[in-house]
Ligand binder design. Structure first.
Ligand SMILES: NC(=O)c1ccc[n+]([C@@H]2O[C@H](COP(=O)([O-])OP(=O)(O)OC[C@H]3O[C@@H](n4cnc5c(N)ncnc54)[C@H](OP(=O)(O)O)[C@@H]3O)[C@@H](O)[C@H]2O)c1
Length: 225
């Protein structure tokens, strides 16, 4: 059975990915900050024996390292790493952006991806895949998206250089913009929007499985707008 490590598997896109890959017979190791969220995930999925969970804040170096070690102990090596966890931060101008929130967003959305990836690379199988969740806000100017937008521009750059570095190991790297998706993060960003007009996270999970199967060319991939 192939092995998946995904951060932020308790809600939204991450949760849909966990469910789909378990159904497809993968071993799945995931994390979130909330212990309650992980407990609920396992209960609702009826405690599958191929699901491994650990509390982790990816933006905390030691916590990220402990999570990857936990995944390695349970899965031995990884076919697929999905850096999915991120936070929105504030929707305001750079001039008014609170410094502490800026630092937290960059720590989680950008440093966290670096930590998890750095610690996971030694256990990635040749022929494996790394997918980093990006955003349209990381590809073109999105005024008032502040640290979130800047972190996602960082993810695009990180993915491009990582793809070059890991070529020799036969590992493909992608930055995936999932487009507008019906999740709590999207609802927080657009409180006036009717969530039922958006695609459900299950569609993104299906798209991800196609990427893993077909390994398309290029690094930066868009699903929707
Ligand atoms: N939804 C969209 O329309 C959309 C559009 C473009 C890009 N994206 C990207 O797609 C990804 C998933 O988004 P989503 O909408 O599914 O988000 P979401 O509904 O807010 O879910 C985020 C998940 O990540 C976990 N998480 C957050 N911070 C964490 C941390 N520091 N350490 C570990 N886990 C953490 C959350 O659990 P805890 O809170 O318990 O930690 C939760 O399980 C993100 O990278 C987002 O930027 C989403």
């Amino acid at each position: 059975m192939p092995n998946l490590v995904i951060t932020g598997g308790t809600k939204g896109i991450g949760r849909a990915v966990v469910e789909l890959f378990l159904r497809e017979g993968w071993n799945v190791c995931t994390c979130a900050r909330s212990e309650e969220g992980l407990k609920r995930l396992k209960e609702e999925l009826k405690h599958p024996k191929n699901l491994y969970t650990k509390v982790c804040n990816v933006g905390d170096r030691e916590s990220a390292k402990a999570f990857v070690e936990f995944c390695q102990e349970n899965l031995k090596s990884f076919d697929l790493l999905i850096n999915n966890a991120s936070i929105l931060g504030e929707r305001t101008s750079i001039e008014h952006y609170p410094e502490d929130i800026w630092e937290e967003v960059i720590r989680i959305n950008l440093n966290g991806v670096f930590y998890i990836t750095k610690y996971a690379i030694p256990y990635m199988k040749a022929g494996g895949v790394i997918i980093n969740l990006s955003s349209g806000a990381g590809k073109r100017p999105a005024p008032y998206w502040g640290a979130y937008a800047v972190s996602k521009f960082g993810i695009e750059g990180f993915s491009l250089l990582l793809a070059e570095e890991l070529k020799q190991k036969g590992i493909k790297v992608y930055a995936l913009n999932p487009g507008a998706t019906r999740t709590q993060m999207r609802a927080k960003a657009y409180p006036q929007e009717d969530p039922l007009t958006l695609k459900p996270p299950e569609k993104v999970a299906e798209f991800l499985i196609e990427i893993v199967k077909n390994k398309p060319g290029g690094v930066s991939i868009d699903y929707g707008s």
